[in-house]
Design a protein around this ligand. Structure first.
Ligand SMILES: *Cc1c(COP(=O)(O)O)cnc(C)c1O
Length: 388
């Protein structure tokens, strides 16, 4: 074992069961390990490096800001976060942005906004939030409570009070739960990522949105994974023709630097006041300058290229030998394989393709600008490995 792998085992907390690969460099959708072996990156750091490794435009934007000012407290004005917030609001119709550093923090902000809004509108007894079974919303004690998967809860009880879970795509069950409780908000992913890359039914999500609006229950869409072009639209909800009250995002937003955001709609834009919330690093100038270079490039034409690549993936893998099903949206793809997914990932690694998993599925989240040639090469290897 290399010295880095040994020291990692010795000094890094044991929370990650890493693959036996050390990545030392990369370019675009290619990365290289300590022995110079080449891999096609089909995970993009779990949907983070939206334009790949060391994308020149992103590096340029980040470097330029790095040479101006790397950080100021939120006690002063800085330009990058304002420019980014304006861009996000103009592209979506949301009114205000709160910046944090991660997906979990973006969700925490949304939860605080929902609690305050509901307390003001309906009284302090109205604080419960409905989320979906099989969802994933983060690792903090509160976002774990929101996460509708018991496996993440055990060993960390008691979690934050006030979260109710209901099955995805069962509107009647959700309505019943909502009518029997005082509900501040409904929070969901429009494509469940960690849960197995499963898109919600359109009818379910539009019914939920309508019901929430009628009952002044806030609709929060967790776009941490589905956001920033990943599904073929700028944000996942845009595939459904709905308008949430709040969306949260992170992962691909920063393009490789830690950045999270909660986008607040008309109803809630003024809920948070001075001192209600904050983050030392939130809206960091470097992270925001990088994010601006990401978001400003995700236009109609670019999204069409994401959709075209998505079609290529679905066409190539659907019905292939050893593949039971292909699910997801855009370049967020889940593959149910006949072989154990662990074996498939290990063999893909061996053959120079880095893939992710989600539960018992193979998960692909390539950079949005992956070259068609590399994508085709990776899909061919995945196909061969799945065929056993
Ligand atoms: C990854 C993820 C999170 C948590 O994001 P972190 O940046 O790891 O805190 C929350 N929600 C969804 C849907 C995610 O995919």
């Amino acid at each position: 074992m290399s010295i880095i792998k040994e020291k990692d085992k010795k000094y890094i907390a044991n929370t990650y069961n890493r693959f036996p690969i050390e990545i030392v460099s990369g370019k675009g959708s290619l990365v290289f390990d300590e022995n110079g072996k080449r891999y096609i990156d089909m995970g993009s750091g779990i949907g983070v490096t939206s334009f790949g490794i060391s994308d020149p435009e992103w590096v340029g934007a980040v470097s330029e800001q790095l040479n101006k000012v790397q950080h100021m407290s939120n006690l002063y004005y800085t330009e990058p976060c304002v420019k980014l917030a304006e861009l996000l609001c103009e592209a979506t119709g949301f009114k205000k942005v709160f910046f944090g550093n991660s997906g979990a923090e973006a969700d925490e902000c949304a939860i605080k906004v929902a609690r305050k809004y509901a307390a003001q509108k309906k009284g302090s007894g109205c604080y419960k939030i409905i989320t979906l079974i099989n969802s994933f919303h983060g690792r903090t004690v509160t976002t774990l409570a929101a996460t509708g998967q018991e496996v993440f809860h055990k060993d960390f009880l008691p979690l934050t009070d006030g979260f109710l879970h209901t099955p995805a795509n069962d509107f009647e069950a959700l309505k019943k739960l909502a009518s029997e409780n005082e509900i501040a908000a409904i929070m969901l992913e429009c494509v469940q990522g960690e849960g197995g890359v499963i898109a919600l039914d359109k009818e379910f999500l539009t019914s939920v949105a309508e019901y929430a609006a009628e009952n002044d229950i806030l609709l929060i869409v967790d776009e941490v994974q589905t956001g920033n072009g990943r599904t073929g639209e700028l944000y996942g909800y845009m595939n459904y023709g709905i308008m949430p009250d709040i969306i949260t995002t992170a992962k691909g937003l920063g393009g490789g630097l830690p950045l999270g955001a909660a986008l607040l709609g008309e109803k809630v834009e003024s809920v948070l006041g001075f001192g209600d919330h904050g983050s030392t690093y939130g809206g960091n100038p470097i992270a925001c300058a990088g994010a601006y270079s990401v978001i400003s490039r995700i236009d109609k034409e670019f999204l069409a290229s994401v959709k075209a690549k998505s079609e290529l993936v679905f066409k190539t893998l659907s019905g292939a030998k050893g593949i039971e099903s292909v699910s997801g949206m855009g370049l967020m793809i889940g593959i149910k394989t006949e072989r154990s997914v662990k074996e498939v990932v290990a063999e893909c690694n061996e053959r120079g393709v880095l893939c992710l998993t989600a539960k018992d599925k193979l998960r692909l989240l390539p950079a949005l600008n992956i070259e068609t040639e590399l994508l085709t090469e990776a899909l061919e290897i995945i196909k061969q490995v799945c065929a056993g």
